[in-house]
Design a protein around this ligand. Structure first.
Ligand code: FEO
Length: 395
């Protein structure tokens, strides 16, 4: 773990977790991740902004000490989730006089996880500014992007925003800066989809709040530093905005190939009409890819056979996740095949109360698809096309 200079007396210490495969036992990390901390040395005081995952405390302390700090005055806790706060006890053990600055919510979350000395904890107020001599930190409490405690810390003199998880990317890279923008955009999109999308109204509020700041650089808590802030801010404005694009995401599975045939037929018809389509078999689901597709998808078609009078449990699980992610999707449909129970659509729909969509009539068929089944799918494809206002491709 190394210390890298961002500006005079401003440093990044990034704990790069090259091999981590899964976050929260849920989110795939195809390119690992990093936990980023920052050090700001003012002429009178020195602050550490966040720490790193507790499994990397030892290396982190060694990196911190390589800066030759004789004292550390403040540990700013932007967020109490342990991937950023988990090394606070280790830092306090080295610098026992340091004060842990946290807002009231963050403080209570820290108290729940760590046995920190009460005299170390100092309460931060929203919009408070802390002078450290020739540098000052301004704190903004921006709840629910993605925890209730989330704080942005803005270093006024260098115009650097330390944005906590907001604007982050799960990406293990030796790049200090987000120079490979295509790679960073992919990682940031997945991160937004999995962690921020469900809080889209709060993302918009947070972006609005940032408009008051003159930002030259953004250091998020995961992924490389943005030396060109507009790159990630414009992406967030697009992802969190109301507009969708004509993309049909189809979570599906099939037991006897009937539902699979329906999906294949629908995919072909939609493609013929010039619509983008992305089917995902939910039996072996990459939740990151699914979530990323949902960020701007206009339409979701759930395709499931019937099991025990409802959707297959793998579809129910995917539906639970999609409902929790609250995508801004505008249209949805349910298709599938059954043997004897006809109530799959009626059982699946209540699992999706957070989808604020216009539902197309379901296409739920008995057994294998026949001419009338394909005709119903033609009608669904036409309705999706109309809803998406796409000119059909010439025949
Ligand atoms: Fe990266 Fe919410 O912690």
């Amino acid at each position: 773990m190394i210390v890298r200079k961002l500006k005079p007396n401003v440093y990044s210490i990034s704990a790069i977790d090259w091999n981590r495969k899964l976050f929260d036992e849920l989110v795939p990390l195809p390119e690992g991740t990093s936990y980023n901390a920052y050090v700001v040395k003012g002429s009178e005081k020195t602050a550490l902004i966040d720490t790193v995952h507790p499994t990397m405390s030892g290396e982190f302390i060694r990196a911190l000490k390589s800066l030759g700090l004789e004292r550390l005055d403040y540990i700013v806790s932007n967020h109490a989730e342990p991937d950023h706060s988990g090394s606070i006890p280790a830092v306090l053990a080295e610098y026992p006089d340091a004060k842990v600055l946290a807002n009231v919510k963050c403080r209570s979350l820290l108290k729940a996880s760590f046995d920190l000395p009460p005299e170390s904890l100092v309460l931060l107020q929203d919009n408070q500014t802390l002078s450290m001599g020739d540098k000052s930190l301004h704190f903004m409490w921006v709840p629910w992007v993605h925890w209730p405690d989330t704080t942005f810390t803005y270093l006024r003199e260098d115009r650097i925003l330390f944005s906590c998880d907001f604007l982050g990317a799960h990406l293990a890279t030796s790049d200090l800066y987000a120079d490979d923008e295509a790679r960073v955009e992919r990682a940031a999109l997945t991160y937004y989809a999995e962690i921020m999308m469900t809080y889209r109204p709060n993302v918009i509020k947070a972006l609005k709040r940032l408009e008051s700041l003159d930002i030259a650089m953004i250091g998020a808590s995961h992924g490389p530093v943005y030396a060109r802030p507009e790159f990630i801010l414009s992406l967030y404005r697009r992802w969190a905005g109301d507009d969708t694009r004509p993309l049909v995401v189809i979570p599906y599975l099939s037991m006897y190939e009937s539902t699979a045939k329906m999906v294949a037929y629908l995919v072909d018809r939609l493609m013929e009409k010039g619509l983008a389509v992305q089917p995902y078999n939910v039996v072996d689901l990459d939740t990151g890819r699914l979530a990323s597709s949902l960020v701007e998808a206009s339409t979701i078609v759930f395709a499931s056979p019937t099991v025990l009078e409802g959707p297959h449990p793998a579809m129910a699980s995917a539906a639970y996740l999609i409902n929790a992610l609250r995508p801004k999707t505008k249209f949805a449909a349910i298709i599938g095949s059954y043997g004897w129970g006809t109530t799959m659509p009626e059982t699946l729909t209540p699992l999706l109360p957070n989808l604020k969509v216009e539902w197309f009539p379901p296409v739920n068929i008995a057994g294998v698809p026949k001419a009338d089944s394909y005709a119903a799918l033609d009608a669904l494809a036409a309705a999706i096309l109309t809803a998406n206002s796409v000119e059909p491709l010439p025949a």
